[in-house]
Design a protein around this ligand. Structure first.
Ligand SMILES: *Cc1c(COP(=O)(O)O)cnc(C)c1O
Length: 431
């Protein structure tokens, strides 16, 4: 676990500076500590680490300095208290929920979330005895109130939803979660810490698939969890025995009393990472850090290009509909202004007149824009969930999942936006 004090710099500066401050003669760039193990002079010094009585490195499955520098940068960018890296976004979301939910518990998640997360929560975690209730993002506070049970342990949502590109009303969900004494966990992958800091609106814990914009160059799969340190576990001790009662696997330590604001990340590292081992490799953390150095610049360009392209698509006669919360005509525009005033992201969803077949003809005729399952990257890409990620579903099942059969998810990259528009134009003509 890494704790980072706010240093007062802007996000643009912190994309470069945060997390690693070299001393005299030390490497300017974050060093890759390519070692599984760390050396100690006395048996007692090492023993104290195993008891969590002293902090330090002993085995890279638990902690590695490279990863910690990068986690500290992300923690700074999110305005959090402590953070950790994971091997993937899937591992981050699993750890984030499993750290406070056990067999017999229940949690609430928005139904507008990434397909992999939907499956993790609805199918795999169910097999572990953890039940989820999916709710619509448009649910009222009164309706949401009724979904809570005595064993509900958290609420989960995505700042900007993948693939439908809607904005989650953070304050609404945080208010009801806190009324019931549980934290709000949010996957902030699409907005990135540059365009939204969910902690400012009452969210307690943030996760990322760093595979997307944070990496941004389709190089490494990775994830991160950042805790605001704001949730008072001891005030709801009966709900969170894992944090508020002694951990037998660490000689009876109680995380919430021993580590205070660092309790949640310490437990996720000391218990979940120890036992599941879903670590990011130091090499990958190094690549991630290099990418984050340009994150603020890249997000600005992604958003400017996406807006220009969305405005083009909105007016095009062959386009049936478009979801891009940066468009003034979008139903999510007011929420986007509130939560992402500097821009949302480069991803949009749209449909083409003529339905599923026209969408496929359009995609097959693209030249500069590639068909790929990736998203939120320097390279523009399209995906047709009905023929790709969700191809096992009928049109009716797709609609139930909130996905139109003609929906194309379009991720605007960093290429010249006018050249992207030219490509879309010629492919639309052939659709
Ligand atoms: C891709 C994605 C994930 C899963 O992340 P991986 O790094 O692929 O495991 C989770 N949430 C969102 C919003 C995503 O886009």
């Amino acid at each position: 676990m890494v704790e980072k004090k706010m240093n007062g710099y802007s996000k643009e500066t912190n994309c470069i500076l945060a997390g690693w401050t070299p001393g005299q003669g030390e490497s300017r760039q974050v060093p890759i500590v390519q070692s599984t193990t760390f050396k100690y002079d006395t048996s007692d010094a090492m023993g104290r680490l195993f008891d969590l009585e002293a902090s330090g490195y002993f085995y890279t499955r638990l902690q590695n300095p490279t990863n910690d520098h990068v986690a500290a940068k992300l923690t700074e960018l999110e305005g959090g208290f402590a953070g950790m890296l994971t091997s993937s976004g899937q591992a981050a979301n699993f750890f984030a929920v499993f750290n406070i939910c056990e067999n017999g518990d229940h949690f609430i998640a928005s139904s507008s979330i990434y397909g992999g997360t939907y499956n993790l929560f609805g199918v795999t975690m169910k097999k572990m005895g953890i039940e989820v209730t999916f709710v619509d993002n448009e649910i009222t506070e009164e309706e949401l109130d009724k979904v809570f049970r005595p064993n509900t342990k958290c609420v989960f949502g995505e700042t900007i939803t993948n693939p439908t590109v809607n904005i989650f009303d953070i304050e609404k969900f945080a208010k009801v979660a806190h009324k019931h004494g549980v934290p709000l966990i949010m996957d902030n992958t699409f907005a990135t810490p540059i365009n939204c800091n969910p902690f400012k609106f009452g969210c307690d814990i943030v996760t990322h698939s760093t595979t997307k914009y944070l990496d941004g160059h389709s190089v490494c799969v990775g994830g991160a969890i950042i805790d605001s340190g704001n949730f008072d576990w001891m005030a709801h001790a009966e709900k969170f025995p894992g944090l508020c009662t002694p951990d037998e696997s660490y000689h009876g330590i109680t995380y919430a009393t021993k580590f205070g604001k660092g309790a949640y990340i310490t437990k996720a590292t000391a218990q979940l990472m120890r036992d599941f081992g879903a670590i990011q490799s130091p090499q990958h953390a190094f690549y991630l850090n290099v990418s984050i150095e340009s994150l603020a610049l890249r997000m600005k360009r992604h958003c400017e290009s996406a807006l220009k392209i969305a405005q083009f698509l909105e007016k095009h006669e062959k386009v049936a509909w478009i979801n891009y919360p940066g468009l003034e005509s979008d139903k999510n525009y007011p929420l986007a202004r509130k939560y992402c005033p500097n821009g949302t992201c480069g991803v949009m969803a749209f449909g083409i007149k003529g339905g599923r077949d026209a969408s496929i003809r359009f995609m097959d005729n693209l030249k500069l824009v590639f068909i790929d399952t990736h998203v939120a990257d320097a390279k523009s890409g399209v995906l047709h969930p009905a023929s790709h990620t969700h191809r096992q579903l009928t049109d009716e099942q797709l609609r139930e999942a909130g996905i139109n059969p003609d929906l194309i998810r379009f991720s605007v990259g960093l290429e010249d936006p006018d050249e992207i528009i030219e490509d879309l134009k010629q492919a639309l003509e052939k659709a």
